[in-house]
Design a protein around this ligand. Sequence first.
Ligand SMILES: Nc1ncnc2c1ncn2[C@@H]1O[C@H](COP(=O)(O)OP(=O)(O)O)[C@@H](O)[C@H]1O
Ligand SMILES: [Mg+2]
Length: 207
Amino acid sequence: MLNQNFQPNQFSDLVFEEECIKQRLFAYASGKRDGHIILYGDYGTGKSTAAKIIAETRCDDETAGFVDVIHARDASIEMERYLLRISNGFNIQQMMGINTPYAVIDEADQLSEINQHHLRAFMDNAIGCVILTTNHIHALDKGIKDRADEVEIKSLSPNAVCERASDILKAQGIVVEQSYLLRLLSTTSGSWRDVARALDDFIYSKV
Ligand SMILES: Nc1ncnc2c1ncn2[C@@H]1O[C@H](COP(=O)(O)OP(=O)(O)O)[C@@H](O)[C@H]1O
Ligand SMILES: [Mg+2]
């Protein structure tokens, strides 16, 4: 996909349907706020991308590489080893001057019940915090939810996406009127993957 070139790499590249959510998450990213976070909501709304960027924004260039991003599917095979790996990452980040280190566990609902219990204990005892992402918040243990700030990431409307979509097209040398772009985006489902496909179709129709 052409738009693979436009993966967000800093907090300001992220787009949220609700401005209050962007502010709330920026408080975490900028280190003003600490604590475990659950990003939940529909597919393709940028949860995994946001989780990684929030954790990395808390670090400097040197420490950002130590932010662990784990997929629950992999962790579930050897949960204890993965939790130990996260712990080690926390220790390294702390030694490098990060007060509250972060790690990401993607699609945390894919952890079995017993592994969710392990994670719950880890969340109580670890020196750092986790950002969990999930499309299925109801499949998460109540205790985990209770320990985290649950943040719903809503589907993206054409209005929310428009400015970044326009920047992406501009970078390809394509300038479109806002009203035209909004009409193009009105066919999308609220997922970035769908937006990327619509922009790709449009770019290919031009070349
Ligand atoms: N702000 C953004 N601008 C452009 N592309 C984005 C943005 N946020 C996410 N994406 C892209 O959309 C796709 C889906 O994002 P992802 O974070 O995996 O969503 P989710 O975890 O909610 O399913 C990825 O390819 C990602 O790079
Ligand atoms: Mg995801």
